[in-house]
Design a protein around this ligand. Sequence first.
Ligand code: F0G
Length: 481
Amino acid sequence: MSIKLSNGKEIPIEMHKARMVQKISLPPVEQRLKAIEEAGYNTFQLKTKDLFLDMLTDSGVNAMSDNQYAAMMRVDDAYAGSMTFYEFADAVKDVLGYKYVMNVHQGRAAEHLISKVFAKPGDVVPTNYHFTTTKVHIELTGGAACLEIYHDEALKTESTNPFKGNMDPQKLKNVIKKYGKEKVAYVRMEATTNLLGGQPFSMQNLKEIKQICKEHGLILVLDGSLISENAYLIRQREKGYENKTVAEIVKEMCSYADIFYMSGRKNTCVRGGCIATNNKELFEKLQPWLPVYEGFFTYGGMSQREVAAMAVGMREMVDLDMAGCAIEQIKYFVNRLKETGIPVVTPPGGLACHLDAKKFLPHIPQSEYPAGALTAALYIVSGIRSMERGTISMERDKDGKEVFADLELTRLALPRRVYTISHIEYAVDRINWLYKHRNLVKGLKFVFEPPVLRFFLGKLEALDNWGRNLAEVCKKEIGDH
Ligand code: F0G
């Protein structure tokens, strides 16, 4: 949550205490330069020994609670029929309101199964926005086309619209009319749209989309990887929800979805995922494929320890303090950057603070990957690992042509309960320094490009060796640290 100080200033306040910590260090700038060169200017390729703050992602790197660790100590390690799984299923019923659930090893495994079972070549999947792995599964596994039918405001990085993650209902109706309802495999809503900068949708919008799906007999799939944060933002921003609990809002959101899935690596702070529904027929279409790709239905590719911790995490994620812990830090981070004129995605959303690389580095064309360059440059000057969410994160089209991303973002994710305000202040300082020296940053060029999800393993080089130049100026002006 956030708290108002006596001088009127609002700050995020941690509603937990740290009782176990992990040491980190700030490697000198020369080491950082060497590391990023070896990593091919791709922050996914860095080793954690070369990092100060790891803001690559909020996935699988959150601080678990004491109750989660305690639950991991007492598990039923059976291959089949484990009571730990049934405790998890009870938590899903209580929190999400679904009768049927299966675990999967992580969110993309759910995407794989859902697209395999429900999508076929020639189909379309309308979504409020794609996620990288979602799109690949819809297109490769399902052979269908992923259609983005986002709100008009969605691509404006600076905005005051509270729900940039809304799907445009009229555009959905047009898609159904154009392709015919039998060609719409399912409609997908992502709670706090990852690639739009963690922007939420409103309950009103979800209800409208559900109504359209119902009228046409379409399946509504909800990606709830960040559901408690979308619910927290509904509570803060949508009229009529200010006095509801996050738990009530989450349950209402789930009541509109025919199929729910989530990566358990985010809101529930573990390493796993699940698919849930109240529709027996849909469940029975999915379930036979689970042992083929994941494992028997009472573990679904997860260790029972993680299943036990996920059951606890599921109940904890709807606690107001937990649901808001990253959101309030992100709000603080975004507002501090906005104060100094840094181009950052507004309003603040879930998941991360996002820099708008097109505006930060207007001299770099999209063909030279401004978000990738900014992400690498930020690491050189700060030791902070962020993530490129721009053209490098896109797939080439079927003729091998580059597809430019709608947005070029550098994402600084806030893992839950991990970093403090002083860490954020450090990041704000180095981002400001980099902004003043932004002309030193130039573009990137691929030297190794994998055929799919190239952002994970791709290697690039800095045009005109700008990384060395930036490191030298940084060392001269700020010193080694
Ligand atoms: N859906 C959303 C909205 C996600 O953000 C992610 C993962 C997935 C699905 C896939 O889940 O990683 O468990 O297989 N997002 C991570 C990130 C990777 O860093 O944003 P997964």
